[in-house]
Design a protein around this ligand. Structure first.
Ligand SMILES: Cc1cc2nc3c(=O)[nH]c(=O)nc-3n(C[C@H](O)[C@H](O)[C@H](O)COP(=O)(O)OP(=O)(O)OC[C@H]3O[C@@H](n4cnc5c(N)ncnc54)[C@H](O)[C@@H]3O)c2cc1C
Length: 281
């Protein structure tokens, strides 16, 4: 989120326990940024930077997915994983009705090509809100976009955190151990090489990089056939400290990469090279 991003504001009206480590917060009474309402409903994995109050009252942004948006009542559901320490997860653990939050404009990446005959949806616990919404929307869809078979591969630490999704004929769901998530995602990606499909993967940053590397560099799959997103980072604080200490020249070069006219994938490749130089992968 940039420091100048316009923020929509809202208030918590409900808090529910979805599973032992997943809390659903419903936000309503939304005051649009600059009078322009948030545009939900474009991508099924849409997300925003959610600004929550930290323990000392400081506002802190973290990325979250719009699990559901009900325009008729102006209600937004956000599912937050209780993973341990961190301003957002701690807030999720203590959120109360009336808490004020803010969020920037939703955007997303889930975009299976129209000719996809299969779709792979893979990820860890933080991907559950996006996958849950994708499956729900697809189940309710009446057009041809719902005709592809969907294969879901997920990993959660506690089996009690597994969730059910509405399925169509031919869909499959597999729950795997954490260390099997990347190999199983790649099995999925490589399963039907001759049938047009699409793979969406969201997980820990280095897992994401392994999947991306295989798809882009080794299998050379066209980039419109897959999307990978780093949703969280192991040892975030240590990584951030090293990132901040990487020096002015490094930060300038990285800014140049993101400001360039290169497409997203080329930018990601170039950024990765710079991060690798600093041992930040
Ligand atoms: C596009 C996008 C959409 C996302 N959607 C969702 C969503 O809908 N629901 C959701 O719960 N999360 C979602 N996330 C992930 C969420 O933004 C991160 O987990 C975030 O780090 C949580 O912030 P925090 O303040 O709780 O912890 P942080 O302050 O970021 O981190 C504190 C510590 O917790 C560790 N940590 C952070 N996340 C996890 C985790 N998932 N598992 C284990 N350890 C962790 C860090 O390594 C660090 O050591 C999304 C991320 C992205 C990029």
């Amino acid at each position: 989120m940039t420091e100048t991003a316009a923020l929509h504001r809202g208030r918590v009206i409900r808090r529910q326990i979805v599973t032992p480590h997943m809390v659903r917060v419903t936000v309503s009474d939304i005051i649009p940024a600059d009078g322009v309402p948030p545009r939900f409903g474009v991508h099924a994995d849409e997300f925003f930077a959610l600004v929550v109050p930290s323990r000392d009252g400081e506002p802190v942004p973290r990325y979250y997915t719009a699990r559901a948006w009900r325009p008729e009542v102006g209600e937004l559901d956000i599912d937050l994983l209780l993973h341990g320490e961190g301003p957002a997860t701690e807030w999720a653990g203590r959120a109360e009705i009336g808490d004020e939050v803010a969020f920037d404009e939703p955007r997303g990446h889930y975009r299976p090509p129209a000719d996809s005959e299969w779709i792979g949806l893979c990820g860890g616990a933080t991907a559950l809100p996006a996958i849950g919404r994708i499956m729900q929307e697809r189940y309710e869809a009446t057009d041809a976009s719902a005709s592809a078979r969907v294969h879901v591969v997920l990993s959660v630490d506690d089996p009690a955190d597994r969730q059910d999704f509405p399925l169509r004929d031919g869909d499959t769901v597999r729950w795997v151990e954490a260390d099997a998530l990347v190999p199983e995602t790649l099995v999925r990606a490589e399963a039907d090489p001759d049938t047009p499909g699409y793979l969406w993967f969201a997980g820990e940053a280095s897992d994401m990089r392994a999947v991306r590397h295989r798809l882009r560099r080794e299998l050379r799959r066209p980039t419109d056939r897959w999307t990978t997103m780093g949703y969280w980072r192991r040892d975030r604080d240590r990584w951030l400290a090293r990132y901040e200490a990487a020096g002015e020249a490094f930060h300038r070069r990285l800014e140049e990469v993101y400001a360039s006219t290169d497409d997203d994938d080329t930018q990601a490749d170039r950024a990765e090279e710079l991060l690798a130089e600093k041992g930040l992968l």
